[in-house]
Design a protein around this ligand. Structure first.
Ligand code: IVH
Length: 694
């Protein structure tokens, strides 16, 4: 075949394939069978094999992924990707509405309401109709180039306009998009923003597959989407069932659009998938009414929605309202209440933590909450249980919000079955049988046996975890066997394990044993910060460990540091300093360090400079902290903020950007509300600080 004939046939095939991809994925209205589609694709591939020059980046064949990369390249967003201000109830939403009304002046306001899709924000640049770049949001200023990965997402057009998309853009459930000419002009350059997500069913299927082959299972669809998108091997991304909804523009050159609603219509016409539940309103009361419908609507959808987004329609008014901090004033996320359900408390079992703390856990009659089956919940400590008068057999209200471990809120004593008794912490350790004590002034009970096997198992789990030494192939079961069979007495013993010796263990096998030993071996070189994190010293998490690694350069230097010296380091508080000095002064710990050294574990730091300015997601922001945060102390929160470039002050003023508030926040919260200072939860803070890690 001649190249010219081949080219003609290729163009025909490419157009036909991209049309059918669009029918199938975006419109959900396929016209041809999968088999017919495959045969067209096979012909296209065969042609490209013969004439490699035909195989361009926008060929439908490229949906299968490209050669793996060794790292992600950072890209700066030409227009920052802001986040959204949150509201949690109607009163807050009305307050926002009033404020917008005040700031917008005389203008008549129109509204667009969109679901807040729980996935991952991306920005996709098109040049002359061709997809040129796809990036993650990152910290909003700098993201990562994930172009090959995004090319594999079937919903995302590789070329604009998509063949066959004219006039058949997915329609909103009510009303219609503004009309565009038959062939809308394709902007010379535009950056489309939207959410990559995974449908709940796809997520479940993926997890089943993953579990079957012994691979990582994901906690929720959002994590699955994020994990799949950020793979260096886009060939694997191509096999992950990812979907996309467009909801915005970073910029557009050459085409004039004047409102959100018009823009959505334009994007739909070009071939982008739009959520069919997006609606347009002129009366804010209708916005509120629609929002209320969402409380039930969300349960019926095939994907997870964590709230709805209210947007001022008119771009000129949006511009007038502007941005405050990192959040535009013209948009608001109305978050759904955390989901709750009633179920039965079947048992309370106590597990022993890394430091010997006894953690009571609720074993629940499995119940579905927000699409996830919940069968366990944390009960924190004995006080938590007695304060709530929880008894085994009770019906309890369980709450799940986002990724956090579900909580038992309270019991329903009116439904209490006969014969239940109040719960008590066992007097002896459930693992080793040694006595349990409750430390003076503390809520926790401890197992008094330093050699308790359960503690060692937890220590090893922490030591090998991803944020620490990152050792693959050593799960809890295997760790328990190593401990019970006396193969290890502390974490350093891991480094003395021999493949031959492990291969003799029942059911482990030669190959896994060799892999495990290789993985342990590789972990020797992780460096000071990881090692320090892995040691599990109280109040020394990964953030503090990073700071210390930069400050001291090696574990040996750190061991010589005094409390005063440690405290003088920016980001290290008195509590961490105290804890470190105490830990290093204890003889068994010094022995452990010695053993790790003998094992050839690297004590030097890889990192010699703190995070660069531009990488700091909280740069330029001022925080005040108040109340009891769910998982960190205020000190830890301060370190987290400072490590990510933010500043913490003691009093709320007009200069404050955010009040980080936990439970029992008092006068500072009132003051913040008076001054219209944004209030942030711990979860919100983590989101802001760690978004860059996605
Ligand atoms: S608009 C104007 N619209 O929510 C501010 N965001 O917390 C830009 N999201 O990072 C965002 N659905 O990942 C917007 N319909 C929607 C959205 C949406 C989901 C996510 C997005 C963003 C986060 C903001």
């Amino acid at each position: 075949m001649h190249l010219v004939t081949a080219l003609e046939r290729w163009q025909q095939l490419a157009r036909t394939l991209s049309y059918h991809t669009y029918r199938y994925h975006v419109l959900d209205e396929p016209e041809i069978s999968d088999a017919a589609y495959d045969s067209l694709m096979n012909e296209l591939r065969a042609l490209e094999e013969h004439f490699p020059q035909l195989c361009t980046a926008e060929s439908p064949s490229q949906r299968v992924g490209a050669a793996p990369r060794s790292e992600f390249i950072k890209v700066e967003h030409p227009v920052p990707m802001t986040s959204l201000a949150n509201a949690f109830d109607e009163a807050e939403v009305r307050k926002w509405h009033e404020r917008v009304g005040r700031l917008a002046g005389e203008a008549r306001l129109e509204w667009v309401v969109e679901p807040k899709i729980d996935g991952l924000a991306v920005a996709i640049t098109y040049e002359n109709g061709q997809m040129a770049l796809g990036a993650t949001r990152g910290n909003g200023i700098v993201g990562e180039d994930i172009t090959p990965n995004l090319r594999t997402v079937r919903d995302i057009p590789l070329r604009l306009p998509v063949e066959g998309s004219n006039g058949s853009a997915p329609r909103p459930r009510y009303g219609s998009w503004p009309s565009f000419p038959e062939h809308p002009e394709v902007a010379a350059r535009l950056e489309v923003r939207g959410e990559v997500y995974m449908k709940i069913q796809d997520f479940e299927r993926l997890n089943q597959q993953q579990a079957k082959v012994g691979e990582k299972v994901f906690a929720n669809p959002r994590n699955a989407a994020a994990g799949s998108l950020r793979l260096l091997d886009s060939g694997i991304t191509a096999q992950r069932p990812l979907s996309f909804f467009a909801y915005g523009l970073g910029y557009i050159e050459g085409v004039k659009l004047t409102s959100q609603w018009e823009m959505l219509g334009y994007l739909g016409r070009l071939g982008f998938p739009l959520n069919p539940h997006i609606r347009f309103f002129t009366d804010f009361e209708d916005v509120i009414a629609y929002a209320k419908e969402w409380m039930t609507l969300r349960e019926t959808l095939a994907y997870e929605v964590d709230g709805i987004v209210l947007k001022v329609n008119d771009f000129a008014i949006q511009k007038r309202l502007g941005v405050s901090g990192r959040e535009p004033r013209w948009a608001l996320a109305w978050k759904f209440p955390a989901s709750e359900a009633v179920t039965q408390l079947l048992d309370i079992w106590v597990n022993v933590g890394r430091t010997g703390v006894l953690n009571p856990n609720a074993v629940l009659e499995p119940v579905e909450i927000g699409g996830v089956i919940v069968s366990h919940a944390t009960l924190h400590n004995e006080d938590y249980i007695t304060e709530r008068e929880l008894r085994v057999g009770d019906h309890v209200v369980v709450k799940r919000s986002g990724d956090v471990i579900p909580k038992v809120l309270h019991s329903l004593p009116e439904m209490r079955p006969a014969g239940t008794v109040p719960w008590q912490m066992p007097a002896t350790c459930p693992t080793c049988g040694e006595p349990v004590v409750r430390a003076e002034g503390e809520a926790n009970h401890y197992c008094t046996n330093a050699a308790c096997p359960a503690q060692l198992v937890r220590q090893v789990e922490h030591f090998v975890s991803r944020g620490a030494m990152n050792i693959d192939g050593l799960g809890t079961r295997l760790t328990e066997r190593f401990v019970n069979e006396g193969l290890i007495h502390d974490v350093a013993d891991l480094y003395f394990l021999q493949a031959e010796q492990l291969a003799e263990l029942e059911k482990l096998g030669r190959k896994s044993a060799a892999n495990l030993v290789a993985s342990i071996d590789a972990s020797r070189a992780r460096g000071m910060a990881r090692l320090l994190t892995a040691l599990g010293i109280r109040y020394v998490g990964s953030v503090v460990a990073e700071i210390l690694a930069v400050a001291y350069g090696s574990l040996d230097e750190l061991m010589l540091a005094t409390r005063e010296e440690l405290e003088s380091i920016h980001g290290i508080g008195p509590i961490s300093a105290q804890s470190l000095v105490e830990w290093f002064s204890r003889e068994p710990n010094r022995e452990l360090i010695k053993k790790l050294r003998q094992a050839g574990v690297e004590f030097a730091s890889h990192r010699t400079a703190p995070l660069a300015e531009g990488d700091a997601p909280l740069a330029g922001l001022t925080f005040v902290i108040t109340g009891i945060l769910p998982t960190m102390s205020r000190d830890e929160a301060r370190v987290l903020i400072e490590q990510h470039g933010g500043k913490v002050t003691g009093t709320v003023s007009r200069q404050t950007d955010y009040l980080l508030a936990g439970e029992k926040a008092g006068s500072k919260l009132t003051k913040a509300q008076q001054l219209d200072v944004k209030v942030l939860s711990e979860e919100g803070l983590r989101e802001m600080a760690y978004r860059e890690d996605l």
